[in-house]
Design a protein around this ligand. Structure first.
Ligand code: NAI
Ligand code: PYR
Ligand code: MG
Length: 372
């Protein structure tokens, strides 16, 4: 199979979908690999690293899209990229379709077989291709939130750890999965007082067992959220219902109950965000203010640390990439129901129920599609 990797074009996105290590594995399995010139530069991988791994460098993204049987990327294809996808081609990348009707329409119109990293599952009930980026975004969240809390950035001028005689920042994390746990650990490490809300009691039990004394846990009732946002200096949005649009857990009206200069870091923005007032921002202009509350809503946070993120993502995607290339998508998805869970579109059909529900579109069962 011919695997192609274009350079990412989303603003300030310096990750790359294929590491030289993954290219080398693919070549060792007998596949051809083409990489757009400069694709890895932002992550510290040069063209020579790819050619040393056995890949060929091509001059344009257009050549990658035109020739590749399998296009591997990081972020959802932008409009100009979507226009180059075709039926019979596999797209393997993050998609986040539930909050994105335009992208969904274009992928369906293209006929491409699109496998979304964020809906691939594992036997433990996790999301193995989302987890590494959630680890990165979770650890970044208190770092960017602390920056936003500084007065010059619109924040209320509170230092995360306080100082002797002055109390620390109060941090509320909504959703105690991968993002939430990593955010809570780092915020606590910076000296803040942290509370994590989740609606899963087994998850709260796990967090309490492992992190008692580091941060507190509360059940995520609407009452608890309403109460705790009032005292928080920083609120991290970290909920996920896999594939679905994020539930809106804090309304615009509730913002007025928050402290002036408090900061929201809505990591869940890539699924639409869990605050009613969230709208996606970029690394170029990451924050805006609503009712005196600073919002940070960057949908590709790991792009800020592309070296760490590219290697972490590549470690996780490599076995799936090799399976897709070795067997073709149909056999790979037949053999691995967790990879089949990643199938979002095929030949003009939508195959993810959560996306269909969010967008009001008909869904064809992936189990039916894979057998057709
Ligand atoms: N902005 C960015 O750059 C990035 C965003 N993300 C996003 O962060 C979000 C969280 O991802 P993960 O932590 O990996 O997911 P996860 O599945 O590990 O954790 C989500 C947690 O939310 C909890 N939850 C669900 N509904 C809830 C509710 N109503 N109230 C409280 N808790 C609730 C679940 O029980 C679960 O523990 C996702 O939307 C993901 O796409 C992830 C990486 C990068
Ligand atoms: C998960 C995701 O959207 C990202 O890493 O950019
Ligand atoms: Mg997005």
């Amino acid at each position: 199979m011919l695997i192609g990797c274009p350079k990412e074009i989303k603003p300030q996105e310096y990750r790359v979908g294929l590491t030289p290590a993954a290219a080398r594995e693919a070549v060792a399995h007998g596949h051809a690999v083409i990489v757009e010139t400069g694709a890895g530069h932002g992550a510290g991988f040069e063209d020579a690293d790819y050619t040393a791994a056995g890949a060929a460098i091509v001059g344009t993204a257009a050549e990658v899209f035109a020739r590749a049987d399998l296009v591997v990327k990081v972020k959802e294809p932008q409009a100009v990229e979507r226009a180059q996808l075709r039926e019979g081609q596999i797209l393997f990348t993050y998609l986040h379709l539930a909050p994105d009707p335009e992208q969904t329409r274009d992928l369906l119109a293209s006929g491409v077989t699109a496998i979304a990293y964020e809906t691939v599952t594992d036997a433990q009930g996790g999301l193995p291709l989302l987890a590494p980026m959630s680890e990165v975004a979770g650890r970044l969240a208190p770092q960017v939130g602390a920056w936003a809390l500084q007065k010059a950035n619109g924040g209320r001028g509170v230092l995360m750890g306080g100082v002797p005689g002055v109390g620390p920042a109060q941090v509320l994390v909504i959703g105690g999965g991968v993002v939430g746990t990593q955010a809570a650990r780092v915020a606590a490490g910076m000296g803040a007082e942290v509370t994590v809300l989740d609606r899963s009691l087994p998850r709260l039990r796990y967090l309490d067992d492992v992190y008692r004394g580091v941060f507190k846990t509360r059940y995520a009732s609407a009452d608890a959220t309403a109460e705790l946002i009032q005292t928080a200096d920083m609120v991290v949005g970290a909920v996920l219902i896999p594939g679905a649009a994020a539930p809106k857990l804090v309304t615009k009206a509730q913002l007025s109950t928050m402290k002036r200069g408090a900061v929201i870091v809505d990591v869940a923005i890539d699924q639409g965000g869990c605050f009613e007032t969230s709208k996606a921002t970029t690394h170029e202009a990451p924050i805006y203010e609503v009712d005196g509350v600073v919002h940070y809503c960057v949908a590709n946070m790991p792009g800020a640390v592309p070296r760490t993120s590219t290697i972490a993502l590549g470690n996780a995607t490599m076995p799936f990439l090799i399976a897709l290339a070795n067997k073709g998508w149909r056999q790979a998805c037949t053999d691995d129901p967790h990879l089949l869970a990643g199938l979002n579109t095929h030949a003009g059909k939508l195959t993810n129920y959560a996306v269909g529900k969010a967008l009001g579109l008909d869904v064809t069962s992936p189990a039916v599609i894979v057998k057709a």
